[in-house]
Design a protein around this ligand. Structure first.
Ligand SMILES: [Zn+2]
Length: 267
């Protein structure tokens, strides 16, 4: 089985991720049904599975229409608050999609309380190119060079959720739900002006956008080097925030995170 992963653009800056084996397709967070239908038609694919990371309409808006049109199964957060989800999932639940791609569920509250992520690790039964590296579908929790806003949870929750993702294998490919990378990198450069990896990444990602290419997937290794929200333990970052009156001189990693998130929300 050879798997391909494609970003289906939706709205202004959403990506609906499509994973397919040439016959059947899985989509993650279909906020809109129309671009998914077009993609399936263009590639002559059936829709077997819909995965939902959280309840926001730009991630769920196409769910009902797709379930009407296709014989698909929908998996998502627990709580009965998202109409159409037939298989509610919680921490460490495992599902198998496209016959053999095993995915593990991680609860990552903070952006919303119901937010989950799907982690697909390579297994001996899926020794093909697309699954040779682990994949993470993380909705609006971890973004390239940034993280989601905290709408329902609190800073402690979001910090712990991001720490959980930061501990995944470094080669894990990150498929998040928005093209926010350049905006996030502008903030990252402000938060950590001395970080050359950020300067380098701005160049690389800007070139991709100029060619009209997505900046995704990212990977955990790149995020650990350039995403300030995963670098709260770096002393110079905390000191820089303190020097700019965003944080007291004596602070915990979690307080660095909260100060970063507040600052990002205000710029
Ligand atoms: Zn959201």
């Amino acid at each position: 089985m050879t798997l391909s992963v494609y970003p289906i653009p939706a709205f202004n800056d959403n990506y609906i991720w499509a994973i397919h084996d040439g016959t059947q397709c899985v989509v993650v967070d279909p906020g809109d049904a129309a671009p998914v239908r077009d993609f399936l038609q263009q590639h002559s694919l059936g829709l077997s599975t819909i995965l939902i990371t959280h309840h926001h309409p730009d991630h769920t808006g196409g769910l009902k229409a797709l379930l009407t049109d296709y014989d698909a199964e929908a998996f998502g957060p627990q709580g009965d608050h998202i109409a159409g989800i037939q298989h509610p999932l919680g921490e460490n639940d495992e599902i198998v999609v496209l016959g053999s791609l095993r995915m593990r569920v991680l609860e990552v509250p903070g952006h919303t309380l119901d937010h989950i992520a799907f982690y697909a690790a390579p297994t001996p039964t899926t020794p093909d190119a697309a699954t040779a590296q682990p994949m993470l579908f993380c909705g609006d929790t971890l973004f390239a060079a940034g993280c989601g806003r905290i709408f329902e949870g609190n800073a402690e929750m979001m910090y712990q959720s991001l720490q959980k993702l930061a501990r995944l294998p470094k080669d894990t490919l990150i498929y998040c739900a928005h093209e926010y990378t350049l905006n996030n990198l502008r903030f990252a450069a402000m938060a950590e002006p001395g970080n050359n990896a950020i300067t380098e990444r701005v160049k690389n990602e800007s070139a991709k956008r100029q060619r009209d290419e997505p900046t995704l997937p990212s990977n955990i290794d790149l995020e650990l080097r350039t995403n300030p929200f995963l670098r709260c333990h770096i002393e110079s970052l905390g000191n820089h925030l303190a020097a700019n009156n965003k944080l007291s001189v004596s602070h915990s990693d979690q307080q660095v995170f909260a100060a970063l998130r507040n600052w990002k929300d205000s710029v």
